[in-house]
Design a protein around this ligand. Sequence first.
Ligand code: DC
Length: 218
Amino acid sequence: MIIVIDGPAGSGKSSTAKKIAELLDIQYLDSGALYRALTFLWLRTEPSDLSKFFEMLPDVKLETEYVHPTFQVKMNGEDITKEIRSQEVANHVSEMAAEPKARSFVNQYMRKLVKHDTYIADGRDLGTAVFPNADLKFYMDASLEERAKRRYRELESIEAHVTFEDVKQNLKERDYKDSNRSADPLKKDDGAILIDTTGKTFDEQISEMVEIIREKSN
Ligand code: DC
């Protein structure tokens, strides 16, 4: 069984998916982390030349594991779980995510992984492009202001120099790029259930979604 959650950055997808994975004892897959991992590797190798980077892709060994509450990522044996959350990676990840070669690498990895267990996965195009036959599709959203507040709180402890305005601007730019790129843009699938979390407590949104999943599984 595969349950997907799509939506813009900071809409609460990953914290929600993690909590649901814990409550229902299923696996969690963070697709954004995979794009971040490729971006991290790209920034470290040949920043100016993406085509060269893609020549290396067949040799890239990605490994992921969800150990509550962290989605762990290893690239060629190196643990890069923390590094992929930096603001520098966030500032460049939309460029990587717009590349069809990066998308097919990530999609192939995900489709293979979910064959072996029940997963809840979050991203931008999971319901529309990666898992069009998902058992259940959610689309989470919240106002830009609220999403920026949430992301800022997460980042504050890791990167002291980042301001609220930087975070808000980054989200705004990513929203635009993610929704307007030609390769699998962010959009709500017709079959997805909309969960608008503006003004909702975390517990409220979890109960709402868990109830929908339980109904679907019965
Ligand atoms: O969820 P996140 O902020 O960690 O995602 C990082 C970037 O990856 C985001 O700006 C868009 C891209 N992404 C994507 O294009 N498709 C996905 N399924 C997941 C993420």
